[in-house]
Design a protein around this ligand. Structure first.
Ligand code: LAC
Length: 207
């Protein structure tokens, strides 16, 4: 395993400088939408086991397992509290904003609407249109075609380390939003250009 190789695709900018991007593209689940906001429903269904069930369901969702009753709960996921104010500030700065997710179009549109952020997004792109999942480079290329921007003009934000590395490897500037304090960085060749803890940290880091 390599540990300290710098990102060969795009060198890490000076940590003190802002990063020039024209758009920011966000992963959805765990990044914008709080997948643990279904914990209270899980607790109602299985008293005493809500937290464990929500965590297990997230693992299952990543494996693309389908269980209708909980999938429906994903249609109305809450967003993290920093998401709406962060997106509003980024938009006021003139950035174009998008979601690029392994989720289905209907689920993403519904969650964005329910979280009150649909109007802040220029486009919601689902892997459904390429029939491949992230981290395939073909998926990250869809962000470039939808926004009509070079990949180097796009920042990609994800809470998933593998997604950060995938985006960096595909030529986007990746930002890791570390939602879980204990999560260590991935030791692959494409580290994040910046690590943040909330979407509201991003406006000061880009221009
Ligand atoms: C997504 C998952 C991977 O939204 O978080 O693509």
């Amino acid at each position: 395993m390599q540990t300290s190789t710098p990102n060969p695709g795009s060198p890490i900018p000076d940590p003190g400088s802002r990063i020039p991007v024209k758009a920011l593209v966000f992963d959805a689940y765990g990044t914008l939408f709080d997948v643990f906001s279904i914990t209270s429903l899980c607790e109602e269904l299985f008293p005493g086991n809500g937290t464990a069930l929500a965590a297990m369901w997230r693992a299952k969702q990543l494996q693309y397992s389908v269980l209708r009753s909980l999938m429906n709960a994903y249609l109305t996921l809450a967003s993290f509290p920093d998401v709406k104010p962060g997106l509003q500030r980024l938009r006021a700065q003139g950035l174009r904003l998008a979601i690029l997710s392994n989720g289905e179009p209907k689920m993403l549109q519904s969650a964005a609407k329910s979280a009150g952020i649909a109007d802040l997004l220029d486009v919601i792109v689902s892997v459904d249109e390429v029939k491949m999942f992230k981290p395939s480079p073909r998926v990250y290329e869809r962000a470039s075609s939808h926004l009509n921007l070079a990949k180097s003009d796009i920042g990609f934000v994800s809470s998933n380390n593998w997604d950060v590395n995938g985006a960096g490897s595909a030529g986007l500037t990746a930002f890791w939003i570390q939602r879980a304090a204990a999560e260590p960085p991935e030791e692959l060749d494409y580290p994040a250009a910046r690590v943040v803890h909330a979407i509201t940290d991003l406006p000061a880091l880009v221009f």
